[in-house]
Ligand binder design. Structure first.
Ligand code: GCW
Length: 838
């Protein structure tokens, strides 16, 4: 017995230590044992579900599981006749029946909940009552999260209703299991043209989504596969719907408008054709026969090569209404994406402007859409750039339902290899006051349906989680998925509140951990903007390929319309009404006036709205060109600081997640330097204006590989040139091994040696660093970066510190190519080691 007690104590102590190894699969639902469970000992130790719905049954299971784990004593399911204190979960109606003297303290909207205490028969019951069964589930998760954050039990008592009705995530999963713009492994839903047999992860995903109030998920790519609607697929989709159902997440799918022709054997897909209409009606009936709670369709049409109504001279309203009418009798909704534009624009035409497209196409159709159609609008007029203004279409539709589309997957914001907490960006857009009709009309209230009195509205977030254990690849990226759900429920929450909640749930309540991680999350959007594309330029990434590394030139001279119009004298898109594309005129007058004038246009959108000389002075003081240089240095420094900040957490969080994040942040710090130098060098070349602080193009600590003594290595040019230091690098082609050697001249001292090299997606080259013929380091180029060439997509750094160096020391980099990767090297950088590392 003594032994047993001892064992138990040891097990509990191990369990209590916040440093248990974790792989991130639990997300923010870890239910880690509380450091001090004392304040919660008075909570009931039994849970009673009042109905048999899967949602309420699931809620009861979740509560018993979560509380048992956190409080360290068993919490069990009770029975409804017990007179012991209990948690009671159900709908308001059921609760009023059980406790006739009780009423919710405020009116709940659908899916809302209240958590309250009821005194009955001398006992205190904790009531979790939903407006409906989903509400009861959301209330349960709310309570669990309050406990996990060690909040005062008095704060558990609340009344809460969702602001938005449609709170969906979209997944861009393909039937072959790949995910468009997914950065965390293959699809959790599909493989080899079918729905996966094992849908465990789909259920686990729905649980995470439910815990932040998400109520729908469109599971396949908006570039939809016509096979989604084949008779064989529908029962497979029904299995996903079944995995979602206990968590109140309704299944939706994206559809291809040409399906009646592509798989239906019709000779047309004209939305006005009677046979096409009949085809869709029948198809929708067939879906509902197997998936009675099916949520609806998402449609991408006439966009980036997708078929659409324009083929028959029909409008988006014709197509949307046709589908909406098929869905309507079953209670389904139709989300039609406003991301419709011509990607063959004429770059030479100064009036051409992709930014105008959504408004130009959809504004004239306002009041033509049925009431179960929702227009799904990307937050900005271009495409999820690091900064854009709020889309003018939000104020351009006043008789049409609207949803905002946000991108949780970090397509243009570092692809989950870099830390970018996107909630502040989303908040910035949601809080933006469009001044429609001269009134306070922030985007958040428009999509809520409040501003223009619409029956429906909401949020759609492109999430793209994958089979990676931790869902999104970067452990810190989960703050974005979490934050999306929280904002869709309540867009008035502050970014800092969301960050703190997420951090506590994900890494525990140690105040140093919480304050450190929050201090990293909160400025990270701005830092990323600084070292990529400031002043409204957009991300300045390679828009023709990976959307990852720097490549400002790729924006120009093509039909995609992400132009920045940088030339020798100036930069920026002139979108004014007076002299430009007229885009600014799409905003309500007060906003338009602010953007139109250089006097009032905010600096952070200046180059989105205006073309100005590089010497134009910003409101904040510096010239445009000097600002570009400055913030690239500031941003890269900001990214470098993350590493030190994170290191202060060693031992305070579990080792696997600590190490994983550290690796990513170390990589990010180096990638920020690649961005800094590429963008600055490119603007330097364009403008011919020197950096007033003498930094750009001047790197006294660098030794370029091409200037070293080369054995086997040959000099090659990077594409684009600015992504290698000095435009050049060396590659080992046709040899087993190559080397680059240099004799150092730096004064004796303690240094950090950085070797900048290129790590292709393919191949695992091996590098060795020798000092005076003695090996000091060796590493493998085994990262999976998005490219197979010498560019900013693949540039990366190996760092060794501290190293003692003397003048005359001989430093040699040896590269062994592998699998088509020629062990390329850009430069070696030797900087004094920080005193802390010595
Ligand atoms: O941002 C672009 C992406 C495409 C995507 C498209 C869209 C699914 O690069 O991959 O296609 O937007 O939103 O439809």
């Amino acid at each position: 017995m003594r032994w047993l007690k001892l064992l138990l104590a040891v097990a509990l102590a191990l369990e209590c230590a916040s440093v248990r190894a974790e792989n991130g699969s639990a997300g923010w639902l870890r239910y880690a044992p509380l450091a001090n469970a004392q304040p919660y000992q008075s909570l009931p130790a039994a849970v009673v579900p009042l109905d048999r719905s899967p949602e309420v049954q699931g809620a009861a299971r979740e509560l018993t599981l979560g509380l048992s784990k956190m409080l360290g004593h068993p919490v069990l399911e009770g029975d409804s006749f017990s007179t012991m204190p209990e948690f009671v979960i159900g709908t308001v109606t059921e609760m009023e029946h059980r406790f006739p003297q009780w009423k919710p303290s405020a009116q709940l909207r659908p899916e809302g909940y209240t958590v309250a205490t009821v005194h009955d028969g001398g006992h205190i019951y904790w009531v979790i009552a939903g407006a409906d069964v989903r509400g009861a589930l959301y209330g349960t998760f709310h309570l669990l999260q309050q406990v996990a954050e060690e909040k005062d039990p008095a704060s558990f008592l609340t009344v809460s209703s969702p602001a938005e009705q449609v709170r969906w995530v979209d997944q861009w999963d393909n039937l072959d299991g790949s995910i468009e713009r997914g950065y965390a492994g293959p699809s959790i839903f599909f493989a080899n043209g079918h729905v996966r047999t094992d849908l465990t992860r789909a259920g686990a995903y729905a649980r995470l989504l439910a815990s932040v109030g998400i109520n729908g998920c469109a599971v396949n790519n908006v570039n939809a596969d016509v096979r989604m609607l084949t008779p064989e697929m529908i029962p497979q989709l029904a299995r996903i719907a079944a995995a979602f159902r206990p968590w109140g997440v309704r299944l939706a799918i994206s559809v291809d408008l040409s399906s009646p022709q592509a798989i239906g054997g019709l000779d047309t897909y004209d939305p006005k054709s009677q046979k096409v209409i009949a085809w869709w009606d029948k198809k929708v009936d067939a879906i509902y026969a197997q998936i009675p709670d099916f949520a609806g369709f998402v449609v991408k049409a006439d966009s980036e090569g997708q078929p659409g109504p324009s083929k028959y001279g029909r409008t988006p309203a014709d197509a949307a209404n046709m589908l909406a009418r098929a869905l309507k009798p079953h209670g389904g909704v139709l989300l039609y994406r406003a991301f419709v534009y011509n990607h063959h624009l004429n770059w030479r035409d100064p009036k051409a402007d992709r930014g105008r497209a959504a408004y130009d196409i959809f504004h004239p159709l306002d009041d033509k859409f049925d009431d179960n159609v929702i227009i799904q609008i990307k937050y900005g007029p271009i495409d999820f750039q690091v900064r854009e203004p709020a889309s003018p279409l939000f104020a351009g539709l006043r008789h049409t339902n609207e949803a905002i589309e946000l991108e949780i997957t970090q397509e243009y914001t570092g692809q989950q290899r870099q830390l970018v907490y996107l909630v502040p960006l989303w908040k910035h857009i949601l809080d933006f006051d469009m001044r429609a009709g001269g009134k306070y009309t922030p985007v958040k209230q428009i999509v809520e349906g409040r501003s223009f009195n619409r029956p429906l509205g909401g949020f759609a977030g492109v999430a793209n989680v994958g089979l990676d254990a931790n869902w999104l690849g970067h452990p810190l990226a989960m703050a974005n998925l979490y934050g999306f759900g929280r904002l869709a429920w309540n867009p008035n929450l502050m970014a800092s509140t969301i960050a703190e909640d997420w951090t506590r749930l994900t890494f525990g309540n140690d105040p140093h951990v919480v304050s450190t991680i929050d201090a990293m999350l909160l400025p990270s959007w701005h830092i990323y903007e600084e070292y990529t594309g400031p002043l409204g330029l957009g991300t300045l990434t390679n828009i023709l390929g990976s959307h990852y590394g720097p490549d400002p030139q790729s924006a120009e001279h093509n039909g995609w319309g992400q132009w920045i119009r940088a030339e020798h004298n100036g930069v920026g898109m002139d979108r004014t009404v007076a002299t430009g594309t007229g885009y600014i005129g799409q905003y309500p007058p007060e906003v338009a006036q602010r953007y139109e004038s250089l006097e009032t246009c905010p600096d952070d959108l200046l180059l989105f709205m205006h073309h100005v000389p590089y010497t134009h002075r910003l409101h904040s003081g510096p010239t445009v060109i000097q600002y570009i240089y400055n913030v690239h240095y500031a941003g890269a420094q900001g990214a470098a600081n993350y590493v030190a900040e994170w290191k202060s957490l060693k031992g305070r969080i579990d080792e696997p997640r600590y190490e994983h994040v550290l690796r990513l942040l170390t990589y990010q710090a180096a990638e920020a330097i690649v961005w800094r130098d590429a963008v600055n060098d490119w603007f330097h070349a364009q403008s011919g204006i020197a950096d007033a602080q003498g930094r750009v193009g001047f790197h006294p600590n660098r030794i370029e590989a091409e200037s070293m003594h080369l054995d086997g290595y040959v000099t090659v040019t990077a594409t684009p040139w600015e992504t290698a230091s000095g435009g050049k690098a060396v590659a080992c082609v046709g040899r087993m091994e190559c080397s680059a050697t240099t004799t150092l001249t730096r004064p004796a001292g303690i240094y950090t040696i950085g070797v900048q090299y290129f790590d292709y997606r393919q191949g695992v080259s091996i590098y060795t660093l020798l000092l005076n013929d003695k090996m000091v380091a060796t590493w493998k180029a085994d990262n999976t970066l998005p490219g197979n060439s010498i560019s900013g997509d693949t540039s990366t750094r190996f760092t060794l510190s501290p190293v003692e160096l003397r003048p005359g020391d001989v430093l040699k980099v040896v590269g062994r190519p592998n699998g088509g990767e020629p062990a390329p090297v850009d430069y070696v950088e030797i900087t004094p080691a920080p005193s802390s590392s010595r």
